[in-house]
Design a protein around this ligand. Structure first.
Ligand code: ATP
Length: 332
């Protein structure tokens, strides 16, 4: 009407519509920017949370460097209680006390969720116990530098992490400066040398090129070779639950025996051969020690271990109540 009334010109109206569109679309962009900013703020909050989480484990100002030899590498958990931060209601470890003598092997067994892996997390100080203390070679973990602590511990997980690279790089992961001779010696002791030599480029074979070419047993032996090369006085071993064929089983077992020799070893045991060979077995349930002893002792107790062993290590464990133990096969 104003145009007709000649209050504004047609051009001015056009300009108004044009500006109105620009302002409108700018407002739309601003709201988009605001929602982007909100998302970014959310992400930043998460990053800050993660950074903060990482900083929870703090070194004391005068943290000492842990230097231990196999003869001094004893481990002691003293009345340790621990809750995972995300599960405040149930403790993963409760009033846990345990000593492992230097150079000895102790097997941990128990139902899923008993807290076996949590002990490893605490020993490598990924988490801090709320009460109690943990000592290695008589030194409180809290008094040590994280780097020196973790350098003294070799951890072999159930599912070895192999990365894209050559076999040699994968074995040398924990000690890249190792000589070729040391690397091959480690592979030999882990019974990995024979199969590596049969690969197209032996130690220079790219794992990526092999795809799924390695068997479960071969991967485990590579992980064992890696741990042998690191040569740490403390070994944390989470045995693989996956079934291996008899030959592979035998080779892995022999490789593990090499690895455990003269080291203080805590092993989460899944195999009969292991529990039969170790110095002591600790049976855990709900974050506590419920039984302790040799395989034979514990099988006689008819407690949790006996039931557990029959299930976990299958019927082969059953005839142990008979006097003739030698009939029990050494490996499953
Ligand atoms: P499995 O044989 O199944 O590995 P486990 O004996 O090693 O069992 P842990 O993994 O130590 O048991 O778990 C102990 C308890 O802590 C369980 O109740 C488990 O659910 C809980 N837990 C383990 N890891 C975490 C985590 N990262 N955050 C919260 N709770 C956890």
């Amino acid at each position: 009407n104003d145009v007709f009334a000649r209050k504004i010109t047609g051009g001015e109206l056009g300009a108004f519509v044009f500006y109105a569109i620009i302002v409108g679309s700018a407002a739309g962009s601003i709201s988009e920017v605001i929602s982007e900013l909100q998302r970014a703020a959310g992400a930043l909050e998460r990053i800050v949370e993660l950074l903060y989480a990482k900083n929870e484990i703090r070194e004391v100002d005068d943290a000492a460097t842990l230097v231990i030899s196999p003869v001094s590498a004893s481990i002691r958990f003293e009345d340790v209680t621990f809750h995972y931060p995300s599960r405040r209601e149930t403790p993963a470890i409760r009033h846990f006390t345990l000593s492992i003598e230097a150079g000895k092997t102790m097997a941990l067994v128990g139902p899923s969720g008993a807290g076996k892996s949590t002990l490893f997390d605490l020993l490598m100080r990924f988490y801090e116990p709320e009460t109690g203390s943990i000592h290695i070679a008589g030194q409180d973990l809290r008094s040590l530098t994280l780097q020196s602590l973790r350098q003294q511990i070799a951890f072999v997980s159930q599912t070895p992490t192999l990365f894209h690279g050559t076999i040699a790089q994968n074995i040398a992961y924990g000690r890249p400066e190792a000589t070729e001779h040391e690397l091959i010696e480690a592979a030999k002791a882990a019974h990995a040398h024979e199969f590596i030599q049969r690969l197209p480029n032996a130690y220079q074979t790219h794992l990526g090129d092999l795809g799924l070419g390695l068997s479960g047993g071969q991967k485990q032996r590579l992980a064992i070779a890696r741990a042998l090369l690191v040569d740490a006085p403390v070994l944390l071993l989470d045995e693989a639950t996956s079934a291996l064929d008899a030959e592979s089983e035998h080779l892995v077992q022999q490789a593990l025996e090499h690895l455990m020799k003269d080291r203080t070893t805590l092993v989460i045991a899944h195999r009969l051969a292991t529990v039969r060979n170790v110095d002591r077995i600790v049976v855990m349930d709900q974050g506590q020690v419920v039984e302790m002893g040799s395989h034979e002792d514990l099988m006689r107790n008819s407690g949790l271990y006996q039931r557990f062993a029959r299930l976990q290590f299958n019927a082969a464990a059953a005839p142990l109540s008979d006097s003739n133990h030698s009939e029990v096969p050494g490996s499953l």
